[in-house]
Design a protein around this ligand. Structure first.
Ligand code: SF4
Length: 352
């Protein structure tokens, strides 16, 4: 492998991140060659995860009605986006959707509820749902419910929750540009509380919100410092009616460079190519599997995404393996039609 790509790969194998200047070069260097960069990112990815790809399915268990003002979010108080809004779904509906996710071949079922954070009463109800899903289905369960403290985290950990998601979304320096109703520090505190109580923290970012490359690098290093083992890398889906619009920076190559950066800085983490994969990576989507070892199927919180059958075919065509679950092994994903969880509206956004 050629320099400087070989050096990046060797450092990652030793769990050493790139130097700051090199991290910026990964995103901005004019002389970066994409395929050697992705090949170097593949070295630590293969070392820690082989050729496996984890498939996650999201369920927006409560949509809209949020009093926060995150500018990228169509569920925020300031968004004029035409989405369906509904309070927390019934326990039976959530359980039925967990079963469908397990049978469809997902390795993880991620429940997401809009809002700043749950009350203790709501947390106990969510914990009961988590317990029932874990008892019935061989699937890992993740929850994304906004800001929580240790008391909430302990209740969820005792119920058997595997992971708690709370994305940093952008750097501390850029945070005030995207949200005024809470701070970057609130998000960090939630991750620390989750970890302290034995929950695996999951946290990532959204690229394409007017941030600089320095901001992206800062988030990558902050996630490393927080020892976050699961990192979703989202690419802003520009939704009409949201205050934060596309900054025009996202090309397929920019997205792939961001994924490679995340892998080099966090070599052991599950790096997930997340929201915006379909629209922003376009025909280069399969290349994301060289730095990333995980993805979402069947859509995001309020937008559609590629179906599971189509995505598993893409994974296999690229020479990778789907990491399923024991239930899905009885029902090959290819034989199942895709499904879209309720609450997801609109078409896959093909962005310019
Ligand atoms: S990201 Fe979460 S807290 Fe922010 S507006 Fe959307 S639902 Fe509310």
């Amino acid at each position: 492998m050629l320099e400087p790509y070989a050096r990046l790969a060797e450092r990652a194998l030793r769990d050493e991140p790139p130097e700051q200047a090199q991290a910026l070069w990964i995103l901005d260097g004019d002389d970066v060659e994409l395929l050697p960069l992705l090949h170097a990112a593949y070295v630590p990815r293969r070392s820690h995860f082989g050729r496996k790809v984890m498939v996650h399915i999201l369920n927006n268990v409560q949509s809209g009605l949020c009093a926060e003002d995150c500018g990228y979010c169509s569920q925020s108080r300031d968004s004029k986006a035409a989405i369906r809004k509904y309070p927390l779904k019934s326990d039976d509906e959530i359980l039925a959707e967990a079963e469908r996710a397990a049978r469809a071949g997902a390795s993880r079922y991620c429940m997401v509820a809009s809002g700043r954070g749950p009350s203790l009463e709501r947390t106990r109800r969510l914990a009961a749902i988590v317990r029932r899903v874990k008892e019935r289905f061989p699937i890992e369960v993740c929850l994304s419910v906004g800001i929580i403290d240790e008391e909430h985290a302990r209740i969820l950990a005792e119920a058997g929750l595997d992971r708690l998601n709370h994305n940093l979304n952008t750097s501390k320096a850029h945070y005030a540009e995207i949200c005024s109703t809470h701070e970057h520090a609130d998000r960090v505190r939630t991750l620390v509380a989750a970890k302290k109580c034995g929950l695996e923290p999951c946290s990532g970012l959204i690229v394409g919100m007017g941030e600089t490359s320095r901001d992206v690098v800062d988030v990558a290093f902050e996630l490393r410092e927080l020892e976050v083992p699961s990192i979703p890398v989202n690419f802003l889906i520009p939704i009409e009616g949201n205050p934060v619009a596309s900054d025009g920076s996202l090309t397929p190559e920019r997205c792939l460079r961001a994924l490679a950066l995340m892998r080099f800085v966090n070599p052991r983490a599950e790096i997930r190519v997340a929201g915006g994969r379909e629209g922003h990576l376009r025909a280069l989507g399969p290349l994301a599997l060289w730095p990333a070892n995980s993805l979402f199927v069947e859509g995001y919180l309020t937008t559609r995404g590629d179906a599971i059958a189509e995505t598993t075919r893409m994974i296999r065509d690229a020479g990778f393996e789907v990491e399923g679950n024991p239930l899905s092994a009885q029902e090959p994903a290819d034989e199942q039609g895709g499904f879209q969880l309720s609450g997801i509206d609109g078409e896959i956004l093909k962005t310019a």
